[in-house]
Design a protein around this ligand. Sequence first.
Ligand code: SF4
Length: 262
Amino acid sequence: MAYPLSATKLITYKQCPQAYSFKYERGLSSPSAFGSPKFGNALHGALADIYKDWNYDYPLPSLDWFAVCWQKHTGELTPAQLHEGWMALQLYYEKYVAPLTMIRKPLGVEAKLKASFQVNNIEFSLSGRYDRLDFTDDGLELIDYKTSKTISPSDGIDLQLGLYYLVLEQTYQKALQKLSLIYLRQGQKITYDVTQEHHQQVRELIGDMALKLRADQDWKPEVGGHCDRCGYQRYCSAKSEKPEPLPEGTREGRQVQLSLGI
Ligand code: SF4
């Protein structure tokens, strides 16, 4: 069976192989730092409907269309979230829709992607999901909506660019040119261009992981700023003088199946 990989897993692996092993190989849970997803879900759902359900015989939706789509997703929001969400959508409309003469139908909206990749005789199954995929004059552009209160550098953006490049190349036989993060509360768009180095870096990282999986090598701790957010500090010999043993019943690392190249 192919070994499943995603951008989130690759980012964790690059930061610290030991934390990766605790989480994904040994299956240890760690406290999540995320808050309520309802606000983000409502905005993502509204934007998905805006693009998915629009009748593209007409060139441009009105703000009323935004309101119709938004109202379908507001059932569980507080009055403050309702207000903030609608402000964010109006800002989006003003910046990214109203100035256009027509909107193009995206290639995909809120979809999952899958591709396979073989390295060092291990078959990896790469998966990802995106908010929107546009086919522009320059090529493919992935759009990721952000609902955070501040604009902060996205963790592991280089790895996301590289992984999505590989997956989209296999799915559409077209090159991913850009990934854009749209910060909805602030009405700001940050665009990253994909380079040869991005997918090369992902290939190398997967190759490195494949060697560890094959040889069942030590998944070494990598200390850094990310340790502050790590839920495994008490088990970690690099952060604790007397690390606790892993809880009883923690599974052993999984066995990977080698696929034989022909
Ligand atoms: S505390 Fe730091 S070094 Fe230890 S497992 Fe977590 S991320 Fe890795």
